[in-house]
Design a protein around this ligand. Sequence first.
Ligand SMILES: [Zn+2]
Ligand SMILES: [Zn+2]
Length: 212
Amino acid sequence: MKYDLHVHTYNSPCSTLRPETILRIAKKVKLDGIAVADHNTIKGGIEVSKANKNKDFEVIPSIEVSTNRGHVLGLYVNKEIRSRDFFDVVDEIKKQGGIVILAHPFRLLPHLRSKVKGIDVRKYLDGVECYNSRTSYFSNRSAIKFAERFNLAKTGGSDAHFSFEIGRCITLFDCDIVKAIKQRKTRVEGSNITGLFGSMLSGFVKIIPRRR
Ligand SMILES: [Zn+2]
Ligand SMILES: [Zn+2]
């Protein structure tokens, strides 16, 4: 199975992706599922789940919370999370029965980089995003080493904010995504060839007014 575990919608200020577009492109690039994780809201995840009529395609309602220790992806999250404290956010995701993934931990921009030094990450995380298509080759490689060192699941997600980014990085597994993450049996694949352009475009759409 092939899932892209990190996709944004127009509910993020830096994306213009609409639910129908996401579902159409995901099908075109032959994904079996996606996690829709907007910045600090579950709105997009819920909207895309509702729009999905294909029983053979899974939409995981998710969130990407900007915590005081970096970005945290919560998969299978159905209620909004207000806290921005890393430990509270992890607690809340787990209480909701969700999965905790550290997003792009080694991105070069300081506000996007994880600050988990000295924390027993094994206690708090299920996985680490090892392939993020907006992240450099070296930062992704550091994430892989980090996941292996602490025996955490490896996930891949495009961090798509635009249609051309969907499916650029993926998570591969057999059967069930939750089981595969819990058993550390996921694999990752992808490229960051569109990443820089996507990031620049995000900076641009953030400042222009647009129709929702
Ligand atoms: Zn992020
Ligand atoms: Zn993101």
